[in-house]
Design a protein around this ligand. Structure first.
Ligand SMILES: [Ca+2]
Ligand SMILES: [Ca+2]
Length: 262
C-alpha cells in the first residue's frame, strides 16, 4: 500500500519539476561549437509524445512538450541532426516518434530569466487562444519576465528588462507519416514510424542555433495529460557533414578509383 501511495506524490513532484517552473533552457543540452566529430546527448526525456505535431497546427504549441538543444557554428557548414528514441522515461517503450525543428537563434540565457509560454510578453505577442508560443514550421518568439535587482521586488529597479527571444525557422524532420503527425501542410515525414529520424541542413551560416525535439504523435494529446505527462527518452546527435563541394570531390575520387579498377 505504501508503495502505491507514493506514486501520486512522485508524479506531482515530477509535474512541478518538469512543467510548472519550466522555462526555455538548454541545461544538459548544449552541443557546443561543432567540430569535425558528431556529438550525441542521450540522457534527455521529452514530456509527452505529441508536442512537435501539436506545434504544426493553427493554434501553435506548448514549449514544455519538447526539449531545446543548442549548437554553435563558427563558420558556414552543413549539419546533420538525428533523433532516436531510447529506453529512458516513464512512457510506454517503443512508442515515441521523434521530430525536430531547427531555428537560428537562442532563447534567453542566464542571468536573464528564461522565456516561457505564459509570460505577459509571450501572451501579448501571439494570437488569442493559442496553446503556447511554439511553432514547429515557422518563425516564433517567446518572452521572459523582468528580472529585478532584488528578486521579485519591482521597487528595487529593473536589472534585466523582459524581452522577446526570436527563433528563425530553418527546417524540420518528422518520424513517420501524416498518420501520426497529422495533416499540416508541408511536413517532411520520413515515411517509416520507427522512432528514428534524421535530416541534413545545408549551408548554415555561422551562428547560434536551437533544435526543438518533441513528439510526432498528434493524436496522443487526446490521451496524455492534461497535467501529468509520460516522458520519453530520446538520443539526439548533431554533426557537421562535408560541404557539397567536398562531398562531390570525394564522390568523384571514388568514381575515378572504380574506373581505374583501384
Ligand atoms: Ca496546437
Ligand atoms: Ca523513421
Amino acid at each position: 500500500m505504501s508503495r502505491i501511495a507514493l506514486v501520486p506524490v512522485l508524479s506531482l513532484s515530477a509535474l512541478f519539476a518538469s512543467t510548472a517552473f519550466a522555462h526555455v533552457g538548454y541545461g544538459g543540452r548544449d552541443f557546443g561549437t561543432l567540430g569535425s566529430n558528431a556529438v550525441s546527448i542521450t540522457n534527455q526525456t521529452v514530456s509527452g509524445s505529441f508536442g512537435w505535431a501539436d506545434a504544426t497546427d493553427s493554434d501553435w504549441g506548448d514549449s514544455h512538450r519538447g526539449r531545446f538543444y543548442r549548437f554553435t557554428l563558427t563558420a558556414p557548414a552543413s549539419v546533420a541532426i538525428t533523433a532516436q528514441r531510447n529506453s529512458l522515461g516513464s512512457g510506454t517503450q517503443g512508442l515515441f516518434l521523434p521530430a525536430f525543428s531547427l531555428y537560428r537563434g537562442l532563447g534567453q540565457l542566464a542571468p536573464e530569466a528564461g522565456g516561457h509560454d505564459f509570460s505577459d510578453l509571450s501572451l501579448a505577442s501571439r494570437p488569442v487562444g493559442t496553446e503556447g508560443s511554439t511553432r514547429a514550421l515557422a518563425d516564433w518568439s517567446i518572452g521572459n519576465d523582468t528580472t529585478y535587482n532584488v528578486a521579485g521586488d519591482p521597487n528595487s529597479g529593473v536589472k534585466y528588462a523582459a524581452r522577446l527571444a526570436y527563433f528563425t525557422y530553418i527546417g524540420h524532420a518528422a518520424d513517420g507519416t501524416s498518420a501520426n503527425f497529422g495533416n499540416a501542410a508541408g511536413i517532411n515525414g520520413d515515411g517509416v514510424a520507427d522512432g528514428f529520424v534524421t535530416a541534413t541542413f545545408a549551408n548554415l551560416a555561422a551562428g547560434d542555433y536551437s533544435v526543438w525535439v518533441a513528439g510526432a504523435n498528434y493524436a496522443a494529446q487526446q490521451v496524455e495529460g492534461p497535467s501529468i505527462f509520460p516522458t520519453y527518452g530520446v538520443s539526439v546527435t548533431v554533426g557537421v557533414v562535408p560541404a557539397p563541394a567536398a562531398a562531390a570531390m570525394l564522390g568523384l575520387a571514388g568514381l575515378l578509383k572504380r574506373r581505374r579498377g583501384a
